[in-house]
Design a protein around this ligand. Sequence first.
Ligand SMILES: Nc1ncnc2c1ncn2[C@@H]1O[C@H](COP(=O)(O)OP(=O)(O)OP(=O)(O)O)[C@@H](O)[C@H]1O
Length: 403
Amino acid sequence: MNFVMNLLKPLKLGSGKEGQSEEDWNQIAAQEQKHFSFESLVAATKDFHHTHKLGQGGFGSVYRGKLNDGREIAVKKLSLTSIQGKKEFVNEVKLLARVQHRNVVNLLGYCIHGEEKLLVYEYVINQSLEKHFFKSPRKEELNWKRLHDIISGIAKGLLYLHEESHSCIIHRDIKASNILLDEKWVPKIADFGMARLFPENQTHVNTRIVGTSGYMAPEYMMHGYLSKAADVFSFGVVVLELISGRRNSSINLDVDAHNLVDWAYKQYKKGRSLEIVERTLAASEATDQIAKCIQVGLLCVQSNPKLRPDMGRVVVMLSRKHGTLDDLQISRPGLPGVRYRRSHHGQGYSSASDSQSLSHSTSNTYGSSSGVSTRTTTTTSGTPSTPAGATPARDRGKRPMVS
Ligand SMILES: Nc1ncnc2c1ncn2[C@@H]1O[C@H](COP(=O)(O)OP(=O)(O)OP(=O)(O)O)[C@@H](O)[C@H]1O
């Protein structure tokens, strides 16, 4: 009963309200079920017809559909390798379905049909950031104002997942292809809870990935050290990618730099940070604001996770219309392949490059030399060494930290 009462509050049908009919209660209880029949999803997607397929992700295929009531949906058919029990799956989905924010893709419900487990999301029409922002030349509609709104929206969505939802959710795979855009270009973080639906002891699935090279914080990638700061790092990479129109892992930089993040930092140190700005954006008059956003991006990708701002601070910095961040010190960014060592002064990591020149580890497993954002799969035999007190990178990866 309490549970239903709580549900009523946001719907403004508060418990104190007189005349609450039984029908209302039933309706709300039914909504909470979040259950979709398999038949309704078959009908919505024309039997999962290939023309309805939106894409294939690490967790399964996604289909576009339309429900009888007119709602447009995206249905994710999870790969059958999930060994999670039905009850846990349902509990988890109900938990995730209560995660609701303007900048997070809405999970509408689920369906279990024999071995099949399906997730039903709101359909987000404008596809992913990745599909829009790395094209050259960019469309004029992707002007600075729009881009700034998108960056701020992602920051707010991440702040919500970290601090404002019922439990802290660390996404672990923030990247341009996991940010969808609605018809008004409002960004929505997708894939935010997939890992919660898979048990940690799951043996690896070929297609499943811990994170995406180029976006993963070095301390997480190299040592499995996971904290909210890992998402902050990935967010910083996305910011710099959107402003520059280049992928972090791209090797098409005709400059002496390991990747985009490294290049942006070097330009910043020389007082030439605006040189990384994408051509169409460079014409914008909001150069102060662009420069400030570059600084925010660079603050987020610092190698030492303790120096990165939390998302609350990021949101505040982005919302400040005037003023610079020049009083802030920005240290070296984290780079794949650089050794990280445990700080003597507390938990956390600092890179060898914080105090010395860059020293590359012998392993280049995580190097990005393909020019494409390479994804990294960790298997039982390939689990990175995990320092005491750190959350290990799991075989299944991407299990959000819940506090
Ligand atoms: N709610 C949604 N609305 C519209 N399109 C979606 C939705 N969810 C996913 N998609 C699209 O479906 C495709 C597959 O998405 P999915 O999240 O499964 O994989 P991915 O992000 O491409 O890869 P990965 O799972 O490895 O991160 C993508 O093209 C994505 O844009």
